[in-house]
Design a protein around this ligand. Sequence first.
Ligand code: DLL
Length: 446
Amino acid sequence: MTQETVAAPSDAVLDREETISRDELEALQLSRLQHTLAYAYDRVPLYKRKFDEAGVHPTDLRELSDLGKFPFTTKEDLRLEYPFGMFAVPQHEVARIHASSGTTGRATVVGYTKQDLADWAKLVARSLRASGVRPGMKVHNAYGYGLFTGGLGAHAGAEALGCTVIPISGGQTERQITLIQDFEPDVILSTPTYLLTIADAMVKQGIDPASTSLKYAVLGAEPWTEEMRHELEVTMNIKACDIYGLSEVMGPGVAGEAVETQDGSHIWEDHFRPEIIDAFNPAVGVDSVLGDGEHGELVFTSLTKEALPIIRYRTKDLTRLLPGTARPAHRRMGRITGRSDDMIILRGVNLFPSQIEEIALRIPELSPHFQLELTRPEGQRMDQLTVRIERRESVTPEGSAAAARTLTEQIKIHVGSSCTVDVVDPGSLERSNGKLRRIYDMRPKA
Ligand code: DLL
C-alpha cells in the first residue's frame, strides 16, 4: 500500500485515507470487501466450506450490508485449523507468525506476509500519531515482546513513524524505572494496569511519577475506564490514549484514539469493516446486524490482509459504534465494557470488572488495585462475590471501613448485586505485568 500523505490541520501529516469522505471510504470498503471474500473463498478451505454450507457466494456481496449474509468466524475455527490451516498463502510467503498464549486451550496462530507487516506498521504509526506521538520522540515500549502481538506490533509502528524505540518489553519494573529516568522517553506504551504498576513502584522508590520526562501514554490490550485514565493522567502528568486490537484481526492498531478529543478509538475502516451483533443471540442475515450506537459484540472483517484474511470474526468484545470525530470518516468504538466471556452472572445480574473499576475509583479512599473472587460456599446454591481492593496509603482503618460500606452500597445501586468488600493494605494484591487477571473464579467446576 503506498503511503500517500496530505497536510493535516495540526502539526501532523496524515495518511490520505484518514482524511477522505465517508462516501469515498465506503466505496473503498466495498471493493476491498468483494476482493477479500473471493480471495478467502478461493484460498482457505474453511471459508469455502462455510460459505457453501450457508449457501452464499462472494459474488452475493453487492453492497456493504450484504456482509450480514456471510457466516461468522470464531476463535474455535482458528483452533480447529491449528496451526496453519487458515493461511491463504504458502508458508514461504509468511514473513512472521504470532500466537495467543493458549492458556485457555490450544493457541491460536496468526501469520503475516511482508505486505501485511507493512500495513500493520502503518496502522500502528497512524494510531500513535493520533495519540500525540511524533517523529523523533523517544518511545519506551513496555508491551511484551514475543508471540504476543503487543511488543513487536507497537515496535514496528513506532519505528515506521520515525521514533526512537526503546524495546524494553514487559516486566523487570525496577529496570523500567531506571531506563525511564536515564533515557528520558517522551512516550510509554503499555497496558494500563502495567503503567499503574510502574507508577506505584516509582512512589515506593521515592520518585514522583509526575516528575518524569513522559508526556504521552498509549494504552491498550485490556479494558480500562475513564476513571483509570484520570488516575494515570494525574499521577503521571501525561496524556493517556487508547489503542485497540486483537491478534486474530491483526494486533494493536486496529483502532486508535485521538489525543485532541480523547473520545474513543477510531477504527481504521480502510482496512477493517466493523459490525455490531447481538452477543448472546447471534444470527446470520442482513437484518441481524445492529445499528450504530447499539451495544453488542464487535465483529471484524479484514479488507487488505493477505496471509490471514478474516471474515466476520467474533471478537467477544462488547461495545458500540459511534460516529467519527477527529477522523470523521472512521467510526469510533465506545469503551469496551468487557468481554462476553468475562461477564460475571451473579444471581441473574450481569457484571463486568470495568464497572467495579469505575465505581471504586470514584471513592477517594480506594486505589485502582482490586480483584474479584467468585465462590459458592458449601451447601449453598448462590454464588458470592468478594471485591478485594487496596486502600490508598494515607487511609486509616476507620476510613477503610467507611469506604468498604460505600463501595458495597454503590455496587448495589449501580450494578444491582450484593457483594462483600474487603479493603486490604496497599501492596498486598498481585501487580500486573501486562494483561491483569481481575477475576478469580473459585466456584466448584460443574
Ligand atoms: O491485546 C493486541 C494489543 C496489544 C492491543 C497492545 C493493544 C495494545 P490479543 O492478545 O489478541 O491482542 O488480545 C485481544 O484484548 O479482544 C480485547 O478483549 C482486549 N483489548 C485489546 N485492546 C483493548 C483496549 C492484543 N484498548 C483482546 N481496550 C481484545 C479494551 C482491549 N480491551
